[in-house]
Design a protein around this ligand. Structure first.
Ligand SMILES: [Zn+2]
Length: 356
């Protein structure tokens, strides 16, 4: 197999993002780094060490639409004429990057409002969305791939495998010959991936269950015969099954902590977050903590121990069948009073009695 070279582009908050150079025909980059002068310099330096320039790149494939993975696509295309290949949903997002990120921004404001984040905190979090909008720019995919398609890249064939959850556009790029996959942010060695809640097409108006979908995706990845996962940030992963088991255990622990908070009485998602993180974290990263709590509440709603009351002024969560007022005693007044589905949290069926 041709060479695979890791180039790290600097990124605020989480240090760096991995750009993967796939030597061989066609000369390919998997992910690009954010749209910043520092990232361009890091990319140029990394390529120079291989005797290459940005102008030599022939193909770019993003693992998903996030700015740190797509931010330099337009710059690279302008300088090299490289073609862009992307999973259909990442292609769609890229074609309308500004409109889509604006829609995500307004959806997120509503989401935070509904789940108890004060207006002043929502306002102070607007900088994140400016960063997301400015950290990338629209890109056009010359090759739009469907789930399961195979594409030639850097002297090998890569199968594109949709794995929504961390984002709606996540994909693995799998080299089946060497059991190696480029996985973006689907599974990271050092940290648990977040699962963003954004307005994908939801005709019912209900919020997407991103965390539930993420764990389903992780389970499918764990069943794949892979030897090496090259990630979007930090180190590669060589024992993905063990890491997935660890991530599931972490999810179960966090769910148990949330149930313990709800033992004290019903609460909104942002209120629950205040029990799980420092005052500074919940004030500075309101959207991330709301995603995190809601994602775990969705797991608990599916598993049965928690129910949700959707009221005009927002959603309240409590232990299953909790009652806010007398009139809520009618079963049809309990919006999420549904029969628990198959457990996502306990895929092996080893659900402890505390969750029954
Ligand atoms: Zn990402």
């Amino acid at each position: 197999m041709e060479r695979t070279v890791q180039i790290q582009a600097p990124l605020p908050h989480i240090k760096s993002v991995n750009v993967w150079l796939l030597g061989g025909d066609p000369l390919t980059l998997v992910d690009t780094g954010p749209r910043s002068d520092e990232a361009v310099t890091a990319l140029e330096d990394g390529l120079r060490r291989e005797g290459l320039r940005i102008e030599d790149i022939e193909q770019v494939i993003p693992t998903h639409h996030h700015l740190d993975h797509t931010g330099l696509i337009a710059t690279i295309v302008a300088r090299s004429g490289a073609r862009v290949a992307a999973l259909d949903r990442a292609a769609e997002y890229g074609a309308h990057y500004v409109e889509r990120s604006d829609a995500d921004r307004s959806f997120s404001r509503e989401l935070m409002r509904h789940h108890g984040v004060p207006e002043s905190v929502i306002e102070s979090g607007e900088g994140l969305w400016d960063y997301i909008r400015d950290g990338s720019e629209p890109y056009r995919a010359d090759v739009v791939l469907s789930d399961g398609d195979v594409i030639a890249a850097g002297g090998r064939n890569l199968r594109i495998v949709a794995r929504p959850g961390h984002s709606t556009t996540d994909a693995l790029l799998v080299d089946e010959g060497s059991a190696t996959a480029f996985v973006g942010d689907h599974l990271l060695a050092g940290i648990s991936s977040n699962a963003e809640i954004v307005p994908v097409a939801e005709p019912t108006g209900s919020r997407p269950q991103a965390r539930v979908q993420y764990l389903e995706s992780l389970k499918r990845t764990a069943s794949m015969p892979l030897g090496l996962l090259l990630t979007g940030h930090g180190d590669a992963v060589s024992d993905h099954r063990r890491l997935v088991r660890r991530r599931f255990a972490e999810h179960r622990r966090r769910c148990q902590r949330i149930v313990a908070v709800l033992d004290e009485g019903p609460a909104q998602a942002y209120g629950i977050a205040k029990h799980l993180w420092s005052a500074r974290t919940v004030a500075e990263q309101p959207l991330l903590v709301v995603w995190e709590v809601l994602g775990h509440l969705d797991l608990l709603l599916d598993d049965g121990p928690v129910s949700e009351h959707i009221l005009d002024d927002g959603s309240r969560y409590g232990k299953a069948w909790f009652r806010l007022r007398e009139q809520d005693e009618r079963p049809d007044a309990i919006p999420n009073g549904k029969v628990p589905r198959t457990s996502t949290l306990y895929p092996g069926g080893d659900r402890p009695a505390a969750f029954e």
